[in-house]
Ligand binder design. Structure first.
Ligand code: MG
Ligand code: MG
Length: 277
């Protein structure tokens, strides 16, 4: 496991802000009638205008700048001609490299209401809110916890602790994890999104981790499509994915892919934010 110096974390912050900017632009562009290839081009433009490089493009042959995963797609969806429709649950994951250092983040959003309906599906809205809350609870635990396993427990407790409308259960996906991040997008250690018997490594200053829960409306069993990338739920249930890259520093956390460094969400959880900006 690679511990980062403040100088290195500052460079990762620059990569993190490029990712934040790319995802904000993609979120604005994600409206019904847009294709996922259009969203990919938006992210590519922002990353290139910032003088950065995409982390995903060419990674083990991945053909996109973003992963775009719609509805029952959980993660690793390939951007393409698919046109987004009202009511779609759209997850976008993006990474960027600045001076050799990576940032990695993802969000999920529900597109405007389906035709003839006044509001987005309440279960989809609950899914997206809960996944985001589980992400922030997991991130906060990087400070309030003692060992990495505490993060997965916090994520799972939040994700599965509050059923959706009508008592519908949510489940975290267990086959895919967060990760250490630095000069490579994926480094040790894995950051699980669920409880295990293993307490995991001790949390300490200098760790940089991507926390990224994936949550499903119902059974979280997944299968990979024949394209070799796209992960979908076996049942066809809808899924959400949220991610941030976070540095553990001596006096607090710094969420490198959040423009405010995590101040709002971590402040609400009593966790100090240490900015090196
Ligand atoms: Mg990611
Ligand atoms: Mg990641």
């Amino acid at each position: 496991m690679q511990l980062k110096t403040h100088e290195e974390v500052r460079v990762m912050r620059r990569a993190g802000l490029v990712v934040a900017q790319a995802l904000a632009a993609v979120k604005d562009a994600a409206v019904p009638g847009t294709s996922t290839a259009d969203l990919d081009a938006v992210a590519a433009d922002v990353i290139s205008a910032a003088g950065a490089s995409p982390s995903f493009l060419g990674y083990h042959g991945f053909p996109g700048v973003i992963c775009a995963s719609v509805n029952e797609e959980v993660v690793h969806g390939i951007p393409g001609p698919r046109v987004l429709r009202p009511g779609d649950v759209v997850s976008v994951d993006c990474g960027a490299i600045v001076d050799g250092w990576h940032g990695d983040a993802a969000f999920t959003t529900v597109l405007g209401p389906r035709e003839g309906e006044a509001a987005p599906d309440a279960g989809d809205a609950h899914l997206v809110e809960t996944t985001e809350a589980a992400l922030w609870d997991g991130v906060a635990t990087l400070w309030t916890g003692r060992r990495l396993g505490d993060v997965g427990a916090a994520v799972q407790d939040r994700a599965e602790g509050r059923p959706g409308p009508g008592g519908e259960p949510l489940e975290v996906v267990e086959g895919y994890t967060g990760h250490g991040i630095g000069r490579q997008m994926h480094q040790e250690p894995e950051v699980l999104n669920h409880r295990t018997r293993s307490p995991g490594v001790r949390l300490r200053a200098g760790m940089c981790l991507a926390v990224e829960p994936m949550v499903v409306r119902g059974d979280a069993a997944t299968v990979e499509l024949d394209d070799g990338w796209t992960v979908v739920t076996r049942s066809g249930a809808r899924a959400a994915h949220s991610e941030h890259t976070v540095a553990v520093l001596g006096d607090g956390l710094w969420v490198l892919t959040a423009p405010d460094g995590g101040a709002l969400e971590l402040g609400a959880r009593g966790v100090p934010v240490m900015s090196l900006d």
